[in-house]
Design a protein around this ligand. Structure first.
Ligand code: ACO
Length: 334
């Protein structure tokens, strides 16, 4: 059995910054409400008319990660791509990365686990490395939310939260079994699928039916029961963090850096308080990027790494919760 460690990481966000005041010009909202409820000050949204997509942003982040890993694209054995906003209904974004980066005909897998997508993707890649099947795996999280949001007052409870962007890492084989991913923990509860969902287009409700339906049919926009999701998030985050700590016999004081999925600053602060973590043990950047779903953890990890906040031997804990419901954690010794 091998271990898997992150050897390169990077992120990319579109240039176009949308402030809370910008949103207040197109819907009934204001900076104070958004900051108070979510902590978000701005997000990056792909400009209308741009040809940027989840795959193209993912490719940009991936190039940085591969270069930082000191590898060539031809040394990547497999691609895992997490997104809820794929360029196409099918095929997935993973195969587009293979083409965009002009890679060999390596396998490509798409993960559809929304805000837990990156944790699921990293855990999946870890298993392929542990078993010895692959040496270097490209793991990407990328989201193009802005084009699929209801940017009117009707959709304000959801649309102000989400941002566009991508992050990527290279996960590589190591023979040092004290380093890299120490454990990962994945959960789901499909009973609550309808609490955070984009219902259509789906096979049950396909495009012609949407076109024929009245204006009240907004099933192609994300729906979220925010309060219900919030209450479940704080419980599940705590459980799955505890699971990672107890599995590895590690105390919360041993965590050098905790990176929660950037869903809402209030959720992160609640967990920080519950686990009595100091400010320097937690990294949040939702203020600047909003919730970038499958990209949020890897954008935050990349940014923290660029700031020198992740050092050799550090204990890094990642945790996420989101639509599905799905949730999970990954504990890493860097
Ligand atoms: N601006 C101004 N007012 C607003 C806005 C807005 N953007 N959005 C909603 N409101 C209003 C509502 O209409 C409501 O008004 P009312 O009381 O007159 O009916 C009031 O503000 C309160 O609305 P709530 O939805 O109860 O607000 P809440 O405090 O719950 O905050 C939020 C909403 C931020 C969405 C919160 O519930 C949340 O963060 N939930 C969890 C999100 C999450 O973790 N998602 C998981 C990951 S995402 C994924 O997996 C894809």
């Amino acid at each position: 059995m091998y271990n898997a460690k992150i050897t390169g990481l990077g992120f990319y966000v579109p240039d176009n910054i949308v402030s809370n005041d910008d949103l207040a010009k197109i819907m009934d909202t204001d900076d104070a409400w958004i900051q108070e409820r979510t902590g978000i000050k701005q997000r990056h949204w792909i400009k209308d008319g741009s040809d940027e997509t989840s795959a193209s942003m993912g490719a940009k982040a991936a190039k940085i990660a591969i270069e930082r890993a000191g590898l060539s694209k031809d040394e990547i054995d497999f691609i895992v791509f997490a997104t809820l906003s794929p360029d196409f209904y099918f095929p997935g974004c993973g195969v587009q990365i293979q083409d965009m980066l002009d890679m060999q005909t390596v396998g490509a897998l798409d993960v559809r686990n929304q805000c837990s997508g990156f944790v699921y993707a990293l855990s999946t890649a870890d298993q392929f490395i542990k078993t010895g099947m692959y040496k270097n795996i490209l793991v990407i999280g990328s989201e193009y939310h802005s084009n699929g949001l209801d940017k009117t007052t009707r959709g304000r409870g959801v649309s102000v939260i989400f941002g566009d962007g991508a992050g990527a890492c290279v996960l590589s084989r190591t023979e040092d079994n004290q380093k890299g991913i120490l454990s990962s923990h994945l959960h789901s509860q499909g009973k609550y699928a309808d609490k955070l969902i984009v219902e259509s287009p789906s096979i049950k409700h396909w495009v012609p039916e949407i076109l024929e339906s009245d204006e009240e049919d907004i099933s192609y926009f994300p729906y979220m029961d925010g309060t219900f999701v919030f209450k479940n998030a704080v419980v599940r985050f705590s459980e799955v963090m505890m699971e990672a700590l107890t599995t590895n016999n590690i105390a919360s004081t041993d965590i050098d850096l905790f990176i929660p999925h950037q869903a809402n600053l209030r959720i992160s602060q609640f967990i920080q308080h519950k686990f009595k973590l100091k400010d320097e043990q937690v990294y949040n950047n939702i203020m600047n990027y909003g919730n970038t779903t499958a990209a949020s953890i890897i954008i935050a990890l990349s940014e923290a790494w660029e700031k020198g906040m992740v050092k050799e031997n550090d204990i890094v804990l990642l945790a996420a919760f989101g639509s599905g419901f799905t949730w999970g954690s990954v504990l890493i010794r860097w």
